[in-house]
Design a protein around this ligand. Structure first.
Ligand code: AMP
Length: 611
């Protein structure tokens, strides 16, 4: 049976799960960890490292270590969020050819989908090592509040990674799925999901017949643990400036250390009342002089620094409950998802808001990947009949077009069940008009400029006729992944219109092809590299084991021409193997490994021993 994996591609951590013999389970990586840090680094030798290995070297290679790439995916370079990220991260963010974001790492530019693809490849590998065979299909989760550009870019990441993302599902929905799976319950649930970089809240109805229906969803795709860390960093930086008149933000290594320390302190304060932040030698003053940073932080101080962030999440909860048309008393269960929900102040705020405590037994780091795996198994028809389920989600943003005066005309309102489509007719407004330009936006602000531009479409080649005579029908569609497509039909000729996208923050088809090829080439090169490493190790071990036998052979068989000849032959083979190792010649190394094995057996034979 073909295996499909569920991937929670998080801002801070990522996680992969499968359904095994009807039971969903998270797969641990080589180190035994069930989550993998969403970090990617390029080393001095140009090698890519991912996850825990990337995290371990982050301080010494801060400029080439990427974290929180999810905060940048599908965003435009000139957006407020990208500007904010540029000011705080130690890696270099530059403008891409499509107005998108590229990262400059060791003089090579990478798109965000390429960086996310490196993470996806790593998670794919974790699953493959566990299963013992290749995996080609996945369900990947995204924040419910992600717009079309962010979803499309996530899908592109899958393509680059050689992984077919058969469905994108929303993180809170996945959590609810995992929560309700196999329970046969009728409940209305609120999922509060505060992760490393994003916040979502969804209200769902779970029915005992296996239908999971999202009623409303809302969120902020730029609000999460990173902002809590940033509050602590700002406090540390300000304090240091007051004391020493030095701005630590200018030093990238110091910034990375501050970030690690802030995150650690925040996490510790979920269980402790007070913690010490101790960063010796945080900045060099030239010569042997250095300054140290040492401060203590209490839980109450952290709560004071971050209460506005928590308040923002509660305001969004209020809003989505309103949209759902529910009263708080109608919510049966509260599910908390995301690492940040371990913070006591967060738990307190949500509990106070809803007037009920969260459900126990939901693992905030694993529940999303498990839900994705369940959805994957359902889509491939691999669930038992009594476990079958249907997922009905909604679109988190209004889809609309720009009309006169720069305003938005909404076509598909937010919280509409997906998949959905809506057709609209356009007529020419000028005599002889042969083209119609349509700007498609996503968002809920009245003015177009305050919403996300998804694409600029030009309908061309219309019949030249008096104004109002030519009609074009344009269909706007949102599929189950939450991805938007636009089709047009010329009603005058009945012909389908080709639509050209001329503005988007994503990758062009050619770029996507090139990046996919580059990722494949890299994977092949890495495989060869790994093989070469193993061959080298094997050859060196065999050489050492032969050489260890030399003194014995010489003392036992002194004067034997046969032994002398055999040792000369062995030395010759060793010489060839060493030269292949020096040249990094894999084919020759493999060839000499066999010869070395034979030589070893021959030498052992001289000593009357078997191999
Ligand atoms: P996620 O994206 O769900 O993996 O959530 C990661 C975020 O949760 C990061 O910002 C972590 O610092 C934060 N986090 C993890 N554990 C804790 C904890 N015990 N207390 C507070 N925050 C935490």
């Amino acid at each position: 049976m073909e295996k499909i994996i569920g991937i929670d591609l998080g801002t801070f951590n990522s996680c992969v799960a499968i359904v095994d013999a009807g039971s969903p389970q998270v797969i641990a990586n080589r180190g035994g960890y069930k989550t993998t840090p969403s970090m990617v680094a390029i080393t001095e030798s140009g090698k890519r490292i991912v996850g825990h290995m990337a995290k371990r070297q982050a301080v010494t290679n801060a400029e080439n270590t990427v974290y929180a790439a999810k905060r940048l995916i599908g965003r435009k370079y000139d957006s407020a969020q990208v500007r904010a990220t540029r000011a705080t991260v130690p890696y270099s963010i530059v403008e891409g050819p499509n107005g998108d974001v590229r990262l400059s790492l060791r003089e090579t530019l990478y798109s965000i989908p390429e960086v996310s693809a490196m993470l996806l490849q790593e998670l794919k590998l974790v699953a493959e090592e566990y299963l013992g065979h290749e995996v080609k299909k996945a369900v990947v989760t995204v924040p419910a509040y992600f717009n079309d550009n962010q979803r499309q870019a996530t899908k592109d990441a899958g393509t680059i990674a050689g992984l077919e993302i058969i469905r994108i599902i929303n993180e809170p929905t996945a959590a609810a799925l995992s929560y309700g799976f196999g329970k046969n319950i009728d409940r209305t649930v609120a999922v509060y999901d505060l992760g490393g970089g994003t916040f979502d809240v969804s209200i769902l109805e779970i029915s005992s017949n296996g239908v999971f229906r999202v009623v409303s969803t809302a969120g902020d795709s730029f609000l999460g643990g990173e902002d809590f860390d940033q509050s602590i960093i700002d406090w540390l930086v300000e304090g240091f400036r007051d004391e020493h008149d030095i701005d630590l933000r200018r030093d990238r290594m110091a910034l990375q250390r501050l970030k690690d320390a802030a995150e650690k302190a925040k996490t510790e304060l979920s269980t402790l009342e007070e913690t010490e932040i101790n960063l010796p030698f945080i900045i060099s003053m030239g010569g042997n002089e250095a300054l140290h940073l040492q401060r203590s932080l209490t839980r109450a101080e952290l709560e004071e620094m971050t209460y506005d962030l928590i308040d923002r999440t509660i305001a969004i909860c209020e809003h989505t409950l309103d949209e759902a048309g529910f009263d708080k008393s109608e919510i049966d269960d509260l599910i908390l998802v995301g690492g940040m929900t371990r913070m006591p102040a967060v738990q307190r705020a949500v509990t106070d808001w809803l007037g009920k405590p969260p459900c126990k037994g939901v693992h905030p780091d694993e529940v999303v990947a498990l839900g994705a795996a369940i959805q994957g198994a359902a889509l491939l028809g691999q669930l038992d009949q009594d476990e079958e389920m249907v997922l009905l989600d909604v679109t988190p943003h209004t889809l609309g077009i720009m009309v006169k005066g720069g305003y938005i005309e909404g076509l598909i309102p937010l919280n509409t069940a997906v998949p959905t489509s809506r057709a609209k007719r356009f007529t020419t407004v000028r005599d002889g008009q042969t083209t119609v330009r349509i700007l498609v936006f996503q968002g809920d602000e009245p003015e177009a400029k305050d919403n996300e531009l998804l694409g600029e479409f030009e309908l061309t080649g219309l019949r030249s006729a008096p104004a109002g005579e030519v009609e074009v029908e344009v269909t706007f569609e949102i599929n189950a992944d939450g991805i938007v497509s636009v089709y047009a039909k010329d009603l005058d000729t009945g012909k389908a219109q080709s639509i050209t996208v001329t503005a988007s923050s994503g990758l062009s088809a050619e770029e996507l092809k090139r990046m996919t090829r580059a990722a494949e080439d890299y994977a092949v090169a890495q495989k060869l590299d790994e093989e070469a490493k193993q061959a080298k190790q094997r050859a060196e071990e065999t050489i050492a084991s032969i050489e260890r036998l030399y003194p014995e052979v010489e003392s036992l068989l002194a004067g034997s021409d046969f032994a002398k000849e055999a040792l000369e032959r062995a030395s010759e083979i060793i010489g060839e193997a060493r030269s292949a190792i020096d040249r990094g010649d894999l084919a020759k190394m493999k060839e000499t490994i066999d010869a070395l094995d034979r030589a070893r057996r021959m030498v052992l034979g001289l000593l009357g021993r078997s191999a």
